[in-house]
Design a protein around this ligand. Sequence first.
Ligand SMILES: C[S@@+](CC[C@H](N)C(=O)[O-])C[C@H]1O[C@@H](n2cnc3c(N)ncnc32)[C@H](O)[C@@H]1O
Length: 268
Amino acid sequence: MSEKVDLYDSAYANYASEVYRQVRIETYGEDLGQTSWVTTEESNEIPKMLNLSGDSFVLEIGCGSGGYALFLAETAGCRIVGVDINAPGVHNANQLALARGLASQVRFEQCDASKSLHFDDNIFNAVFSNDVLCHLPGRPAVLGEIFRVLKPAGRVLFSDALVIGGLISHEEIATRSSIGFYVYSPPGENERIMGQVGFREIRATDTTENAAHVAKRWHDAREKRKADLIAAEGEASFDGLQRFLSCVHAMCGEGRLRRYLYSATKPL
Ligand SMILES: C[S@@+](CC[C@H](N)C(=O)[O-])C[C@H]1O[C@@H](n2cnc3c(N)ncnc32)[C@H](O)[C@@H]1O
């Protein structure tokens, strides 16, 4: 088995460090504090896919260091609550909200999103989650909770980069899982569970190729700054993350692991 590799603690604790900022800009083209496979094109599509307006109240599950929620609040004018299990991520997100004068519009809370959400029924116009649900056990319950907190006609959008697309060895599964807890799903399973919990107008868009490109750019941007990154996160973490990113690039590039973006509506 691969050793456990830290991604999120070092990414969020070192959020403000110039070398991490440069890696994000070189990987994604813009810095929203990303630790995912979301391209800039996808970031720009999300508000349209969720029908966001200035009146929308939105939940982001797995907000990380908050950059994308703050971008949405600034561009769409909506109110947002972001939740994440990672304490440095949530701390950083709340600091950024304060610094940008958005604390009355956006707030961030630390919580384990695999447990029942502490929000009332039918309160959000939209719920989204970028590359997070794969970390949560109990997907039917998680999607059931999202359905519960959405208003009728509300929209959900989430991505899953762990849909099995072909033959994968146990070493590859171990390297791909070295970051933490992960759930792999067979093709069609997310759509089936979404339908089962009550969602309608279910759509899946294949974004595997984009994930392969992001993984390669992220790997190469880190490799160029190896000495600085080893000083910040240690050699074992640096090497482990590079192996993880190479593994994502190879498996997505060959289509053996696929990433989909799912969207659906809660019926009236
Ligand atoms: C791939 S990152 C994505 C972060 C952000 N959405 C982005 O696009 O950059 C996955 C995020 O899920 C969070 N996460 C993992 N397990 C979680 C859980 N049980 N509850 C809430 N958040 C969790 C991690 O802390 C991390 O911030």
